[in-house]
Structure formats: structure tokens, C-alpha cells
Design a protein around this ligand. Structure first.
Ligand SMILES: [Mn+2]
Length: 268
């Protein structure tokens, strides 16, 4: 039995299936997915459905794209109530109409101030509504599923502590919070801070979030898994987001999978 980690699939469902095949993923293995299943790529719907029906040996963590999806659904529900729209939760037409009203209100900021930074930035909910005819009931079910996703998972791998998280993990201290509102924000959004102020003593942190194919980023490697060892903390930091969703536009971009048992890396 082996323990695998993948991250940042971003609607690349076919690549995800190819990877499961490549690693020969079976019932006796375990898989941890470190968030960002949706947005940017073409198959967010397939990913949501797969996650919903996932086998029990798969653990799904929350990414910032899932958190933003759930926040948008919450805003839809709030405005549905506020405007007394009486949306039928099982009607795709009603759901599309509500979506368009919310989009209009968001654009004109006729929403509560706390929701000013809530957008369906990649048009995922819009395209689910248009192409898959999903309903508000579907959206609520997925938002509930997202709210159940933990922010990180802590494991013991060969006697060392191992944290899997979407973006960064910090053992809490003031320096780590500096630029973040909360520790949850750090888990979801940290980039170079995940090395600078994050990490874990005598252990390993495995994260994604910052594609290693983007030249301007701290973890640029040309699309390979990024690994750095911090001797002071005795901490290994992995960034396994190799920019799968950019495969058609950036040579070298790919999906990575890390086998934790022996730190073997697979690519598709
Ligand atoms: Mn992310």
C-alpha cells in the first residue's frame, strides 16, 4: 500500500484519470488531494462529480478555489433571500436567472460590503449553469461538501511529521500571520511565505498553489516538483503544483503526483 499526493488539478479531469492509471491506484492505496480541483481548466464539472463520489481511501483538502466557490454560492443564497426571489432549488432556469442577478449586483456592488471580493472569477459557476444545467440544489450540495473539506492533514511518515496543505503551513507565530488575516488564509493563499515563515520542525510540508512553471514565482523549476530543505528547521518543503492546467500554453507544464513513502515523483 502506498500514500500519494496530488494538487491543483484545476479541471484537468482527463490528466487526473491518466495519473491514477499511471500510479496504478488501488483500494489498498491512499490518495490525498491538496485542493484546487476546479476553475481555469475545462472539466470542473467532472472533477466535482468525481470528488462527490470519491472512494473512501481518498482525502480531499480545501483549496482557495473551492473556498471561493462556496463563498459565491453563499452570496447567491443571501441575495435570493434578501430579494425574495423564491428560486426553485431544482430548476436550472431559476438558477441561471439567479446567477445573472447576482453577477449584476456584484458588478455594481449592490451586495453586502463583506462580499465585495467574492467573484465567479473563472466563470465556472456560469458555465456549470449554462452547459451542465446544474441547479441551486447542486451548488448548495457542492458548497456543503467543500465546507467539510479540512484545511490540512497531518500524518506520520516513517517517523517524521508530514503536513499536506493547499498553500502553506505555519506553526503559529506573529511573524507568520503578518500579511494574513487568519491562519486559514495562510493555508489557502501563502506563496513564498510558506517557506519564509512557514514549515514544521523535523518534518515535511507538501503544498501546491504556486505553479512551478511560472517564471516570476519563488518556486520556478520549469514545471518540475520544487523541493527545498531548511536545515535550521529540519523541514522539507515540497511544492507539487507543476501547472497542469497550463499544459497547452507552457511547455513543461504537467500534473505531478508524489508518493510519500519513498518520495518518488510521477508526471503526466
Ligand atoms: Mn490555489
Amino acid at each position: 500500500m502506498s500514500l500519494y499526493v496530488m494538487s491543483d488539478i484545476h479541471g484537468c479531469y482527463d490528466a487526473f484519470l491518466s495519473m491514477l492509471e499511471k500510479i496504478g491506484f488501488s483500494d489498498t492505496d491512499e490518495l490525498i488531494l491538496a485542493g484546487d480541483y476546479i476553475d481555469r481548466g475545462p472539466q470542473s464539472y467532472e472533477m466535482l462529480q468525481w470528488i462527490e463520489r470519491r472512494p473512501p481511501n481518498v482525502c480531499v483538502l480545501r483549496g482557495n478555489h473551492e473556498a471561493e466557490f462556496a463563498a459565491y454560492v453563499e452570496l447567491m443564497l443571501l441575495l435570493n433571500r434578501r430579494e425574495k426571489l423564491d428560486t426553485d432549488f431544482s430548476s436550472p432556469e431559476d438558477t441561471a436567472a439567479l446567477y445573472h442577478s447576482v453577477k449584476y449586483w456584484v458588478r455594481h456592488r449592490i451586495t453586502p460590503e463583506s462580499s465585495f471580493d467574492v467573484f465567479d472569477l473563472y466563470g465556472t459557476i456560469e458555465s456549470l449553469s449554462k452547459q451542465q444545467k446544474i441547479t441551486l440544489g447542486d451548488l448548495c450540495r457542492w458548497a456543503d461538501m467543500i465546507r467539510e473539506m479540512p484545511y490540512y492533514k497531518k500524518l506520520d511518515v516513517g517517523g517524521r511529521i508530514c503536513i499536506i496543505v493547499h498553500a502553506g503551513y505555519a506553526e503559529w507565530n506573529e511573524k507568520a500571520v503578518e500579511d494574513f488575516e487568519s491562519r486559514e488564509q495562510f493555508y489557502l493563499y501563502a506563496r513564498e511565505e510558506s517557506i519564509r515563515s512557514g514549515g514544521v520542525k523535523n518534518g515535511t510540508v507538501v503544498a501546491g498553489h504556486t505553479p512551478t512553471i511560472l517564471k516570476k514565482e519563488f518556486s520556478y523549476t520549469g514545471g518540475k516538483v520544487f523541493r527545498r530543505y531548511d536545515a535550521k528547521k529540519d523541514c522539507v518543503f515540497y511544492n507539487i503544483d507543476c501547472g497542469c492546467v497550463f499544459r497547452d500554453i507552457l511547455p513543461g507544464a504537467r500534473l505531478a503526483c508524489l508518493r510519500l513513502d519513498d518520495e518518488t515523483i510521477f508526471y503526466v
